[in-house]
Write a protein that binds this ligand. Structure first.
Ligand code: HEM
Length: 202
């Protein structure tokens, strides 16, 4: 058996050492050496070797947590949040600092933006929106601290263009993130929520 330099094995001598040869060596001797079948078998051998290597790699990757598996992010570790509605106060808890989960509201809808923690986490460029109703900031394209109101914001002073922008942002969030529930207006609070709210303000 000899290596002809292009990866194929020649078997003109016939026979050859059985132990060191591949299947092509055997086939070569049956057919009197080389030919299309020889080439085909070489390709099959290479494909088989590649498949084996890939399977080994997959097994290794699975064990070591590598191989396309994204690094564990807070969103991966958290179960999907059950649908529920929020008072402003309840929303504030989910700011990514007090809890790993990050929620924000746009146009009265609450979204779980934990998977966007690079944007909304405490160090993120849009961290100011975490746990807040982000509508006004998004509508006015402003990231200042006073771009958001501390009290419930009915957005009634925003103009048509700004309101349209709020709706567009809402669509964008709906596409990318999980919708969790509604941001309640104070008129919708239960007695318990109402009392808590007033006690806080007094
Ligand atoms: C010069 C100023 C700004 C630049 C260069 C900028 C740049 C960007 C870029 C590149 C993205 C896309 C990031 C990605 O998908 O990987 C993005 C997303 C975003 N930007 Fe800005 N931005 C600017 C100002 C603002 C302002 C003022 C606001 C809000 C008031 C804002 C709110 C957002 C939001 C909400 C997202 C979506 C993040 C997400 O996918 O959850 N940006 N910005």
């Amino acid at each position: 058996m000899a290596d002809d330099g292009d990866g194929k094995l020649r078997t003109e001598e016939g026979g050859g050492a059985e132990g060191g040869g591949g299947p092509e060596e055997v086939a070569g001797s049956w057919l009197g050496g080389g030919g299309a079948l020889d080439m085909l078998l070489s390709l099959a051998f290479v494909a088989l070797a590649a498949l084996l290597a890939y399977q080994l790699y997959r097994r290794w990757a699975k064990r070591s947590g590598a191989g396309g598996a994204a690094p564990a992010s807070p969103a991966d570790a958290l179960p999907r949040m059950k649908r529920r509605d929020f008072t402003l106060e309840q929303l504030r808890e989910y700011d990514g600092a007090r809890t790993p989960r990050i929620l924000l509201a746009v146009n009265g809808k609450v979204f779980d933006v934990t998977k966007g923690s690079k944007f909304y986490g405490p160090e993120g460029p849009y961290g100011i929106f975490a746990g807040r109703d982000a509508s006004r900031g998004l509508a006015t394209f402003c990231l200042d601290k006073d771009a958001l109101r501390d009290e419930y914001d009915d957005l009634s002073d925003l103009n048509a263009v700004q309101m349209e922008s709020v709706r567009e942002w809402e669509m964008q969030f709906k596409e990318k993130y999980d919708y969790v529930g509604r941001l309640l207006e104070p008129s919708e609070y239960t007695d318990e929520e109402d009392t808590k709210d007033h006690t806080k303000q007094d």
